[in-house]
Design a protein around this ligand. Structure first.
Ligand code: SAM
Ligand code: SF4
Length: 308
């Protein structure tokens, strides 16, 4: 299905929960959020009808998807949905030591793991939990379970992890990972004064060699590296002309754009009625976000509700 600007919409990002076992300071309020959540049945009906509208790739996100007790049922159902060619999941990695293999067996094709620091004290300060070791063990468990093409998401934070850019790039040299540096967006809790442009990565690592674009990321390789480096720069390098995605929040509202306040409630709908609403949402996608002009996201939501 094409939107009003002739962009083919093939990618659904589905937030399965707003709950999380971490409290990353730029993402989530300390007390958490507690909206109503879609049931597994509701989520799978959304996936089915979205696939009928032309969605081919589904990403489960949150909040932390792995705190949802029925996450494996959701994965199995989404992976088995006719038309879904790729099922991905974004996680903070803390529960992967136990969950990597069951997720693989449930049909998840690829993982994105978020990790902003390799130093235990900083990890505890940023997330409120002293469990960096679990994430590192989770990355190993993912490789052992047979996951390939795993991406590591690193949010760039001035005064916090800019001195670790080279350490993360070194991971991409040693392991077959894509390390993706992401610019902090002024959304929800988005911490003021900590924005660091993606250019900081190129300044710190002049040896990076351009390797084309991959979705929203500009990609780079390293001489003799096993992995890749990606830069996702929604603030300094707008990529809306190639946008192929829609989002559904943890409480079942379709968001045509991450940064727009417009939402289309999907709960309570099924079959043709749900399809009609999905198509209305796709048709309402704006040409681009206005983050650069306004300095603020228009979403009115925190990131744990939308899923990044
Ligand atoms: N809990 C999972 C995780 O952390 O990967 C999935 C949900 S989390 C909201 C998805 C991604 O959004 C993470 O990589 C996180 O770092 C990123 N994120 C959260 N708030 C952000 C912000 N204000 N700007 C940029 N990225 C953000
Ligand atoms: Fe939780 Fe992910 Fe948000 Fe961190 S970024 S608080 S892990 S939802």
């Amino acid at each position: 299905m094409k939107d009003a600007f002739a962009r083919e919409i093939t990618y659904l990002r589905l937030s399965v929960t707003d709950r999380c076992n971490l409290r990353c300071r730029y993402c989530m309020p300390p007390a958490g959020t507690a909206g109503g959540l879609c049931s597994a049945g509701e989520l799978l009906e959304i996936v089915r009808q979205a696939a009928a509208c032309g969605i081919r790739k589904v990403r489960l996100t949150g909040g932390e998807p792995l705190v949802r007790p029925d996450i494996l049922d959701v994965c199995r159902g989404a992976a088995a949905t006719a038309g879904v060619e790729e099922l991905c999941l974004t996680t903070n990695g803390t529960r992967l030591p136990a969950m990597a293999r069951p997720l693989r067996e449930a049909g998840v094709d690829r993982l994105n793991v978020s990790l902003d620091t390799l130093r235990p004290d900083r990890f505890a300060r940023l997330t409120g939990q002293d469990c960096l070791g679990d994430v590192l063990r989770g990355l190993e468990a993912a490789a052992e379970a047979g996951f390939t093409g795993t991406k590591l998401n690193v949010v760039l934070l001035a005064g916090f992890n800019e001195d670790e850019i080279r350490d993360f790039v070194e991971l991409a040299r040693r392991y077959p990972l894509e390390v993706r540096f992401i610019e902090l967006m002024p959304i929800g809790e988005g911490v003021h004064g900590t924005f660091l442009p993606a250019q900081a990565v190129l300044d710190a690592c002049p040896e990076l060699l351009p390797a084309g674009d991959g979705g929203v990321a500009r990609r780079f390789r390293l001489p003799e590296g096993r992995g890749m480096v990606g830069l996702i720069a929604p603030m300094s390098h707008r990529f809306c002309t190639g946008c192929d995605r829609i989002r559904v929040t943890a409480d079942g509202k379709l968001k045509p754009c991450l940064h727009s306040g417009k939402e289309f409630p999907l709960r309570g709908l099924a079959g043709e009625g749900l399809r009609r609403e999905l198509l209305r949402g796709i048709a309402a996608k704006p040409a681009s976000h206005r983050l650069t002009e306004t300095g603020r996201s228009g979403t009115g939501r925190t990131m744990n509700q939308i899923g990044g």
